[in-house]
Ligand binder design. Structure first.
Ligand code: NDP
Length: 443
């Protein structure tokens, strides 16, 4: 075993039980280890070993009161993973499943994703094991206020700039930003995903979904194909799923499924933009279940995932490890040719291996869903300039960014004349971060 492999084993032992973090590390190292093996400067500086340990993790208590006056206690975290190329940047997730393992995997992934955007952003992630489901607006507000009472000590526009993720949308960002502003007296770009009325960027809430579709367009163009009439199955029915669908429909594709944590809906000839609005109102405003949707021609299947249909493009946009090997077999049998990871790490290792073995193109999350953080980077720039860019400028910059990420994947992802997007994204993100770390010396 080499010194490097030995060091990796020690790091894994020290973080035993952090299975999602290890899964994301293994995926990166599969490509990075062969790449660095004859690059003595990276090896001497122990860049790989340093990249596997977050700069710091912050854990804190969040105490809040429900509408009946009862006190509740949750755990909050911020993982500041790596700031080699810029201030820490990455979302906040509010979901009962959140723990340090999840946030370390997300922060690690974010470091490479942010590097791929070409913008000066390091990687971080945070959140709480708080369940926003079934809570009143007033309860959400009190939770966000209490969360920010602690988080504000560790963030700042030039230091760490959080955004949203699962369970944290424009409403939560509003409460968090309002609290930060109240405590510090500063109105600056400390959070992204804000409402445009007080410093948010045009297209930020659409950006992750739109970016996934722009990336898919580049992949299809590479195959001499386009989106016209392509049947797409999407999982999830949140921010990323719905804006991915909006752009797909605009560009002539058919979106046939959505899902939530209870089941999935299907419309065989594809959802319309009007139907998307009904789904958005149900999920975002009423915080309801897909089972409550009443739309003509739409079937609901309780307790099932959406992969048993006929489609060419699969787009998981819900959560990590939602596609297991059995699902991957179903997806292959459905006739899929491209898998776009809109969610972070949506495939288990077995599922990835199976689909790759069957020559199905996989667009990994660090490349495919980087559009969200890229526009967050543009929101920071606008806040620093005290300006708001028009939507056309933001959208065209997003399109260029996704094309550039596709080019990086091609440059580093050659696999016997084909593009291995997982390889390209992992090595491309690594090189940019590693070179910055080398330049700083031993820190
Ligand atoms: P939302 O909270 O808006 O939506 C999440 C969706 O996924 C909901 O439909 C939810 O269903 C479903 N879901 C969540 N957990 C599970 C689960 N355990 N099993 C099945 N379904 C589940 O989140 P986003 O759309 O913002 O995020 C979705 C994914 O995209 C995440 O992986 C996130 O990290 C990633 N991402 C998000 C970005 C952003 O800008 N928002 C940027 C880059 C990546 P239900 O309503 O029943 O809970």
């Amino acid at each position: 075993m080499s010194n490097l492999e030995n060091a990796i084993e020690i790091i894994k032992k020290k973080t035993a039980g952090q299975d999602q973090f290890h899964q994301s590390v293994d995926e990166v190292l599969e490509y990075v280890l062969p790449f660095v093996k004859d690059k003595q400067d990276y090896l001497d500086a122990k860049i790989v070993e340093r990249l596997l340990v977050p700069d710091r993790t912050i854990e804190f208590r969040v105490t809040w009161q429900d509408d009946d006056g009862e006190i509740h206690i949750n755990n909050g975290w911020r993982v500041q993973f790596n700031n080699a190329i810029g201030a820490y940047k990455g979302g906040l997730r509010f979901h009962p499943s959140v723990n340090l393992d999840t946030l370390k995997f997300l922060g690690f992934e974010q470091t490479f994703k942010n590097a791929l955007t070409g913008l000066p952003m390091g990687g971080g992630k945070g959140g709480a094991d708080f369940d926003p489901k079934g809570k009143s607006d007033a309860e959400i507000m009190r939770f966000c206020q209490s969360f920010m009472m602690e988080l504000f000590k560790y963030i700042g526009p030039d230091h760490d700039v959080p955004a949203g993720d699962i369970g944290v949308g424009e409403r939560e960002i509003g409460y968090l930003f309002g609290t930060y502003k109240q405590i510090t007296g500063a109105h600056h770009g400390v959070l992204t995903g804000k409402n445009p009325a007080f410093g948010g960027s045009c297209i930020r809430k659409e950006a992750t979904g739109y970016g996934c579709v722009y990336f898919l367009q580049s992949i299809l163009a590479e195959q001499g194909e386009n989106l016209q009439e392509k049947r797409c199955a999407i999982s999830g029915a949140g921010n990323v799923a719905l804006y991915t669908a909006e752009k797909l429909i605009q560009l002539g594709a058919r979106v046939i499924t959505f899902s939530d944590s209870q089941g999935y809906i299907v419309k065989d000839d594809g959802f319309s933009q009007e139907e998307l609005i009904s789904i958005r109102v149900l999920k975002e405003e009423k915080r309801g279940r897909l089972s409550e949707l009443d739309l003509k021609g739409v079937e609901y299947y309780d307790g099932r995932k959406p992969w048993h249909e006929e489609y060419q493009v699969a787009i998981p946009a819900a959560t990590q490890n939602e596609i297991e090997k059995d699902d991957a077999i179903t997806i292959k049998d459905a006739g899929v040719c491209v898998m776009v990871e809109a969610a972070n790490m949506p495939l288990t290792r077995d599922a990835t291996d199976y689909l790759r073995d069957k020559d199905i193109i996989i667009a990994p999350a660090k490349a495919a869903n980087a559009g969200g953080v890229a526009v967050s980077g543009l929101e920071r720039t606008q806040n620093a300039q005290r300006l708001s860019w028009d939507c056309e400028k933001v959208d065209s910059t997003l399109k260029e960014t996704m094309k550039d990420i596709h080019s990086i994947c091609k440059a580093y992802g050659d696999n016997n004349g084909m593009v291995d997007y997982i390889k390209g994204a992992n090595i491309g993100g690594f090189v940019r971060t590693a070179d910055a770390m080398l330049a700083f010396g031993t820190l």
